[in-house]
Write a protein that binds this ligand. Structure first.
Ligand SMILES: [Zn+2]
Length: 435
């Protein structure tokens, strides 16, 4: 049986950057079966269902880097730079944060993301079983990267080897859960010793796990590594054999040309988080150079305590603004690139070739954007719409969302998470954590 979605506009995010006005997407068993201009659609068979969709249909957005359970810490430590923010505000609260708060924070974060058109998120956090539970309850596709760190306070999760072992056990336990993929989330080169970094790489290779790590977020985080080894963080990680076939590095702000070449040579994907990098005054990542070198770059929101929302539309717009400012060039990054950063390139950065585009066989993760707001006019040619979408649109214009063909947002409201009820629980949890 086929569900056919016939929309005023379909933006499949295919390599040709097609736009079909009107267009159709056929969905069977949770995957895209066919896509194209409405006039070219095959006849439907008895039992197939036709859905008329007003507005624009595009692939679900892919959030390349987040710590969504931190919705329970939203806004904490405003105005502090990264290291003080972590040590004085975040880590003391996280020491009090248990599995129930992690599940609740993830559930609410997932509801927020789905309502804004995000259908997949890469989540690095602890209490990962609870994180996966919250994500599944919300119906959000999630790459769960259990954090591995050797930092003050992390002894409560055992050694790095213990954290790696429990991540593998979680992967095995969730093997039948279609929405979840489990990997390893080594926090950063500055919070892990060489032995732990090697063990992450060895386990990832042996168990075929994706890996997600923070790299070169701030100007000074590589100082310790450089003093000890003479190497930049990317060169150091490469020297350890750390980069596997599915490594995604978050931030990558402070890179020189050699670092960019190293990431490209090893096929490392990059999660660009301009909102977080701006809020914590970390810097502006060399997105143009990374893309030119062939690195897959997607945008990420980072955690809602350093952003403070989970809004990928805003990240894409910031990516354009920062790149243009950094390069001093209004053509440094364009509307097409912004849309790719949120969809197909984001999927590629995470090594997921089943997401991010309406191509036959990919997951039917879909977002309907209502074009009722005045900001979507004038449209003199259909592609004017895409500029409006990136520069003037908003997550509030997302009206319906499907994950694997299942509708999770209807008329702007998430139907899988009772947000009013969960928000009350979240407020109570936040007060407890603030101590
Ligand atoms: Zn992060």
């Amino acid at each position: 049986m086929i569900d056919r979605y016939l929309a005023d506009h379909v933006l499949p995010m295919d390599p040709a950057f097609s736009l079909y006005s009107p267009g159709f997407v056929d969905v069977a068993e949770g995957r895209v079966a066919a896509v194209g201009p409405a006039a070219g659609a095959a006849a439907l068979a008895p039992g197939d269902v036709l859905h008329h969709v007003e507005g624009l249909l595009l692939p679900g957005l892919v959030n390349c880097h987040a710590h969504s359970p931190m919705t329970v810490l939203r806004g904490a430590g405003e105005g502090l730079p990264l290291q003080r923010w972590l040590r004085e505000v975040i880590w003391p609260r996280e020491a009090r944060l248990g599995p129930e708060e992690a599940r609740l924070g993830m559930l609410v974060g997932a509801g927020e993301m789905l309502q804004g058109g995000i259908t997949t998120s890469a989540e690095m956090y602890f209490h990962s079983e609870a994180v996966a539970e919250g994500a599944v309850a919300a119906g959000l596709r999630t790459l769960v990267f259990p954090a591995v760190a050797e930092a003050p306070g992390w002894e409560r999760f055992g050694t790095a080897a213990d954290m790696i072992r429990s991540a593998v056990a979680l992967r095995d336990a969730l093997a039948g859960e279609d929405l979840i993929e489990v990997g390893l989330g080594p926090h950063a080169a500055y919070t892990l010793g060489e032995g732990a970094l090697r063990e992450v790489a060895e386990t990832a290779a042996a168990e075929r796990l994706p890996v997600h790590i923070h790299v070169a977020e701030t100007r000074t985080e590589g100082d310790g590594v450089r003093a000890r080894t003479g190497l930049s963080i990317p060169a150091y990680l490469a020297s350890l054999g750390f980069f596997g076939p599915r490594t995604a590095a978050a931030h990558c702000v402070w890179l020189d040309g050699e670092d960019v070449a190293i990431l490209a040579a090893h096929g490392v994907g990059v999660a660009h988080c301009p909102g977080s990098n701006g809020k914590l005054a970390s810097g502006m990542a060399p997105v143009k150079a990374l893309r030119s070198a062939g690195v897959a770059v997607g945008v990420g929101t980072d955690g809602p305590a350093s952003n403070d929302n989970l809004d990928l539309w805003e990240e894409a717009r910031l990516a354009l603004l920062y790149s243009r400012l950094r390069e001093g060039d209004a053509g440094a990054l364009g509307v097409e690139e912004a849309l790719r950063l949120m969809t197909c390139d984001a999927a590629a950065a995470l090594g997921r070739d089943d997401l991010g585009a309406f191509l036959p066989g990919r997951r039917a993760d879909m977002v309907r954007v209502s074009l009722e707001d005045v900001v979507y006019d004038p449209v003199l040619a259909p592609r004017d719409l895409l500029g409006h979408l990136v520069w003037a649109g908003s997550r509030r214009d997302v009206s319906d969302v499907w994950v694997g063909g299942r509708r999770v947002v209807e008329a702007g409201r998430c139907v899988t998470v009772d947000l009013p009820r969960e928000r009350a629980a979240l407020r109570a949890a936040a007060a407890r954590l603030a101590g």
